[in-house]
Write a protein that binds this ligand. Structure first.
Ligand SMILES: NC(=O)C1=CN([C@@H]2O[C@H](COP(=O)(O)OP(=O)(O)OC[C@H]3O[C@@H](n4cnc5c(N)ncnc54)[C@H](OP(=O)(O)O)[C@@H]3O)[C@@H](O)[C@H]2O)C=CC1
Ligand SMILES: CC(C)(CO)C(=O)C(=O)O
Length: 325
């Protein structure tokens, strides 16, 4: 099985290191800059449970060096996908499956979703429908990524916690391609449950990201602090209820109550969300996939989003001012 991880940063680097150490797939990565140079020189280094392991991986700057794959895992940030389409293309052949590992609303959301919006392209995550057209939603295996991972230095991945990558076909089918990939991930020591309704799980993760991430960026607060403060908790809750109404219009089942989801976020503790970390590092924030796309879904379903609109206006402005938009 030929697998390329495109964008082997924190999440992609973790997945690639685990698969490479397990050794049962023909694994390669596409990376760039100092990170790529370090991996080529010293291997992909993974710190997990306090122990460092070095994974020897085939690493390339250009996909042409690797050729057509059985699976391509897109582990870029959501806003990096469209600019990378030309670079991804050489990896795709007739039967190549593409696993999307971005947080937020995926660009393929309305592929095989059924209902009146079937086939709708989401401008917030796929401007002009270019990703839909160039990659093709029929290749997609969706995922929800739970591990927390960081890149500590070029070539050095630090796993913080969690091993679960839920997988699912947009159609809900338990196809050979999704179960085959799940088997390899499990062999590598990861949890890879195959879901029949991956969209509902995407929404439960998104529920926290669409609210806590921008609020943390705006306030500089950790998850625990946002939840402990009655006023910021109320803002997050209002955003989540607006999102829930949208999701339910789209047939999503929210299997946990909103207050339990809020408590779960608070229990993560003194953790800075990825959006706050990106802001502090001067990197682009995933506003489009986590917030703007939900606003767009609100417009498409006719659901009002007053709190989401307000927080989005503020965080967008902040991102522009700081060069992180
Ligand atoms: N990190 C985490 O703990 C979690 C992350 N996620 C989600 O996973 C996704 C990936 O996040 P994360 O791993 O943190 O992001 P990272 O920024 O760590 O990794 C993305 C990698 O892709 C590289 N990249 C971007 N464009 C290209 C390109 N054209 N060619 C080659 N490499 C490229 C980046 O390089 P460069 O640095 O040079 O831009 C970077 O190394 C996001 O959607 C995030 O929200 C979900 C759960 C947890
Ligand atoms: C920590 C958490 C769960 C915040 O909602 C997250 O996924 C992120 O920081 O992007």
């Amino acid at each position: 099985m030929r697998v390329t991880v495109f964008g082997a940063g924190a999440i992609g680097g973790y997945l690639a290191a685990k698969l490479a150490i397990s050794g049962s797939v023909d694994l390669s990565i596409v990376a760039r800059g100092a990170h790529l140079e370090a991996i080529k020189a010293d291997g992909l280094r993974l710190i997990e449970d306090g122990k460092e392991t070095v994974a020897r991986v085939k690493a390339a700057a250009r996909a042409e060096e690797l050729g057509v794959q059985d699976y391509v895992v897109l582990a870029l940030k959501a806003h990096s996908l469209a600019p990378a389409l030309d670079e991804i293309a050489p990896l795709l052949g007739e039967g190549t499956a593409v696993v999307t590992m971005q947080n937020g609303v995926p660009w393929w959301y309305f592929y095989k979703a059924g209902g009146a919006l079937e086939g709708t392209r989401l401008n917030a995550v796929d401007p002009g429908g270019a990703i839909w057209q160039r990659i093709g939603p029929e290749r997609v295996i969706g995922s929800v990524v739970y591990p927390a991972v960081e890149v500590d230095a070029p070539g050095l991945i630090r796993h913080v916690e969690g091993t679960r990558f839920s997988l699912g076909e947009p159609s809900g089918e338990k196809s050979e391609r999704v179960t085959g990939l799940a088997r390899e991930m499990v062999k590598a020591g990861l949890q890879a449950p195959v879901r029949e309704d991956i969209r509902s799980e995407i929404w439960v993760k998104l529920w926290g990201n669409l609210s806590f991430n921008p609020i943390s960026a705006l306030t500089g607060s950790t998850l625990a602090a946002i939840v402990a403060d009655e006023a910021t908790r109320a803002v997050a809750r209002a955003m989540m209820l607006e999102a829930q109404a949208i999701g339910e219009m789209l047939g999503v089942r929210f299997l946990i109550p909103v207050d339990r989801r809020i408590k779960g976020a608070g229990d993560v503790g003194e953790h800075k969300t990825s959006m706050l970390q990106d802001l502090e590092r001067g990197r682009p924030m995933e506003i489009f996939a986590l917030v703007t796309a939900v606003q767009e879904l609100g417009r498409l379903t006719g659901q009002p989003t007053p709190t989401i609109d307000t927080v989005l206006a503020l965080v967008r402005r902040l991102a522009i001012e700081r060069g992180c938009y």
